[in-house]
Design a protein around this ligand. Structure first.
Ligand code: NI
Length: 406
């Protein structure tokens, strides 16, 4: 993909942008410090201590230990005007991956890595908190900055909501971003409606009857039953679902058998389902159960099926998406700019916040192949162009000013 990185000297920088650009070295320092100390979901103690120490240093009101390691910072504007409340959400956790980047700031925690860019999300949220705390006269209302644990699982958004982070004062809208290596640096992906998919999971055990590989008539072959199920599950998307709706059914695991001449009595599989439309909530679980039950019955096999919902679809409110789009259009000055129809079948627990209050989750382009910073998310060599960090801060700051002023 051809794109141009915005040249800071080529545009007439406003005062806001100039001040935020001046935070660049600190944003990078914070991000790299966090990058060296990646922590998994609900274990983000070092991360939380670092965030809290910065908030204390800047004398920003905050609460710690929400849903284990979560933090909420509250900053009130002093400008006359509305009493509205805007929340900004940043996830904090890393992944169980061994980092393969040879960089001075590489992970110091064996087997753990910030391979999704959540270290950058925390740095952007901290930069936003710092900037707003220094410019309280520039906005009305209240900003809540939510530092959320465990996005990669088992999910920190829901327990934070249950702990009341969207109340006292009540949040009117929420914004959040993901640094995104599927988009080039200097772009923003934003759309109204579903940005990311629902994540549902299943686990299924086929209970057949084992026996001699040469005497299939005496057995119920769980391998054959399982393979028919794997095939038939693909018909849900291909033949049941409205072709104008998007969905994925993936069987990611299939285990059976011990030797070439033994018919396996059990087969185990697990998989994931993704879709965008909230009204399809019960659709896939029901179809999968019907297919598994029907095929097992026709072979005389039994089954055990677990099906559960991890995250709902991440659905943006049209007015808040428009706010982010209008703000991003002013900031992202490249030939690519704002990418309007950006969607992914990846999932996000930001979805739970968006079920409670109107809001917008968006992608901040962070890939830069010229600097070899274009590996996919969750890859052991994932890294992103840190030039994106001040862009994230500026989008949040301008959302604050614009949303709370109206
Ligand atoms: Ni992520």
């Amino acid at each position: 993909m051809v794109f141009t990185v915005p040249n800071p000297n080529s545009v007439n920088l406003s005062q806001v942008r100039l001040e935020i650009r001046n935070l660049q070295s600190q944003l990078v320092a914070w991000r790299r410090k966090l990058h060296q100390k990646p922590e998994l979901g609900f274990q983000e103690r070092i991360t939380a201590d670092f965030i809290a120490s910065k908030l204390r240093e800047w004398q920003i009101d905050h609460q710690t230990n929400i849903a284990e390691t979560g933090i909420v910072a509250t900053i009130k504007g002093s400008k006359e005007g509305s009493n509205k409340v805007l929340a900004i959400r940043a996830d904090m956790d890393a992944l169980p991956i061994q980092e393969e980047n040879e960089v001075p700031y590489r992970s110091q925690h064996d087997g753990k890595m910030h391979a999704c860019g959540h270290d950058g999300h925390v740095a952007i949220a901290l930069g936003t908190a710092y900037y707003l705390s220094q410019h309280q006269q520039a906005f009305t209302g209240t900003v809540k900055i939510i530092f959320q644990p465990a996005e990669e699982g088992p999910g920190g958004a829901k327990p934070m909501i249950e702990a009341g982070v969207l109340h006292n004062p009540d949040v009117d809208a929420i914004v959040g971003l993901h640094l995104w290596n599927n988009l080039p640096l200097g772009t923003v992906g934003v759309r109204e409606g579903a940005l990311m998919a629902a994540v549902e999971c299943f686990r299924c055990t086929i209970l057949g009857k084992g026996g001699h590989g040469a005497m299939p008539d005496q057995t119920i072959d769980s391998v054959l039953v399982a393979s028919q199920i794997v095939n038939a599950l693909q018909t849900i998307v291909a033949r049941n679902l409205n072709p104008l709706d998007s969905a994925v059914v993936t069987v990611g695991e299939l285990h059976a058998g011990t030797a070439h001449n033994i018919i396996a009595d059990t087969a185990r599989m697990s998989g994931t389902v993704r879709y965008f439309k909230p009204e399809l909530e019960n659709y896939f679980g029901n179809r999968i159960e019907a297919i598994v039950a029907g095929i097992c019955q026709s072979h005389g096999a039994k089954y055990e099926l677990d099906y559960w919902r991890l995250y709902p679809p991440t659905v943006n409110d049209s007015a808040i998406a428009e706010l982010v789009r209008s703000v991003a259009t002013q900031i992202v000055e490249t030939p690519v700019g704002v990418v309007p129809e950006c969607q992914t079948m990846g999932g996000e627990d930001m979805a739970f916040f968006l079920q409670q209050v109107p809001g917008c989750y968006f992608f901040l382009g962070a890939a830069n192949p010229e600097k070899d910073l274009a590996y996919p998310h969750h890859h052991p060599r994932f890294d992103f162009d840190e030039t994106a960090l001040p862009m994230g801060v500026e989008i949040f700051v301008r959302c604050v000013e614009k949303f709370l002023d109206n």
